[in-house]
Ligand binder design. Structure first.
Ligand code: PLP
Length: 362
């Protein structure tokens, strides 16, 4: 479908934009959306950009029952010299296809969808906020649309892509947060869907999140489902530990999500010659390092927050306060470098960003 033309229907009256200081996360959407359909006979077809608005689905649509659905998320930024940069979109589309494979959803043409991403962002480029810390979040997702209650893969699908201007993740500054180490509930098991960005992985975590919030924690630290011993992720972010000058993050063993921010952090650390290891790490090892004074920094890494410093880990009745609840030097440097590259303020030695060309032929 590489050369299929995207049909464009522009909105007549533009929507009112929210004040850039009041942007939340995914509460406001731009003027247009991208949509295409899949059928066994035609494959992915009829791609179009239309005014943003409700879609109509039969109440018996299978996605509402069994959540055969995948999504991804990445961001576009406007640079000071008025260019538009998207951070590593090829990686997200590759991951979207990996998620599709796990959920028996037909794959997309990554090159074609990247073209669609650029066209949609170009058309709605006045929705890219410019206030410090803000960006335009891009959310592609696929849903199963067969009208059927049978527990089998759908034969038809919709691919939809929507854009949301999002605010600074840290409304009160870059403050390390408290995390509850979850010992009852589990997020993923080996052989399950933890490595896919699929709808059904997220709401089962609400219960643990509720528990964490009741105790005043911002997020949950997930342990492996079987032994409740090995560290997996924090909320919807990958997690890193700096212990005795070395950085450790759990390996991609099938239960954790392969974050693009995680990948970028690892590449940056290697570039800076900071020792970094993808290996199993237990909560006991982290606690031991804390007791010995070697636990220097802990942070989450993900598209929404980029880097989220962690100031305290609560594991049963053990309270581990990290770096006096101050943002560590390495966390700060990673945050500044990633944001710098994403917004075009810093040189991009890895060619991570993709520019939306000024004159897109529409
Ligand atoms: C999306 C996600 C991440 C982070 O991935 P990024 O590509 O860095 O945004 C980590 N864990 C989970 C469970 C996720 O859904």
């Amino acid at each position: 479908m590489r050369n299929t033309k995207i049909n464009i229907e522009r909105r007549k009256n533009k929507k009112t934009k929210p004040a850039p200081e009041n942007l939340g996360f995914g509460t406001v959407y731009s003027d247009h959306m991208f949509i295409m359909d899949y059928s066994t006979e035609k494959g992915w077809h009829s791609p179009k950009i239309t005014p943003y608005g409700p879609i109509s689905l039969d109440p018996g649509t299978s996605v509402f029952q069994y959540a055969q659905s995948v999504f991804d998320g990445f961001k576009a930024y406007r640079t000071e010299d008025n260019r538009i940069l998207i951070f590593r979109p090829e990686e997200n589309l590759k991951r979207l296809n990996a998620s599709c494979d796990r959920l028996c959803i037909p794959s997309i043409d990554e090159e074609f969808v990247l073209k669609a991403v650029k066209q949609l962002v170009d058309i709605d480029q006045d929705w890219i906020p410019t206030l410090k810390g803000t960006s335009l979040y891009i959310r592609p997702y696929i849903i199963a649309t067969d009208v059927s209650l049978s527990v089998t893969p759908s034969k038809t699908y919709k691919f939809i892509m929507i854009l949301s201007p999002v605010g600074a993740y840290y409304s009160e500054g870059f403050n390390p947060v408290g995390i509850n180490v979850e010992e009852t509930y589990a997020r993923a098991v080996k052989g399950g869907t933890g490595a896919a960005k699929t709808a059904g992985n997220y709401s089962p975590g609400y219960k643990a999140q509720e528990k964490a919030s009741e105790k005043g924690n911002a997020q949950v630290l997930w342990l492996d489902a079987i032994e409740k011993k090995y560290i997996e992720e924090v909320g919807s972010m990958n997690v890193f530990f700096k212990i005795n000058n070395e950085v450790i993050t759990p390996p991609l063993n099938g239960t954790i999500l392969s974050g693009i921010t995680r990948m970028s952090v690892i590449e940056l650390l290697k570039y800076w010659n900071v020792p970094v290891y993808e290996r199993d790490i237990t909560i006991e090892e982290v606690h031991q390092a804390y007791v010995n004074g070697g636990l220097e920094e802990v942070f989450g890494a993900g598209t929404a927050a980029v880097i989220a410093p962690i100031g305290q880990l609560n594991w049963g009745d053990q309270e581990m306060v990290i770096n006096n609840k101050q943002t560590g030097g390495l966390s700060q440097k990673l945050f500044d470098t990633l944001i710098g590259i994403q917004t075009g303020k810093l040189e991009d030695p890895f060619n991570w960003t993709v520019e939306v060309e000024k004159e897109l032929t529409l």
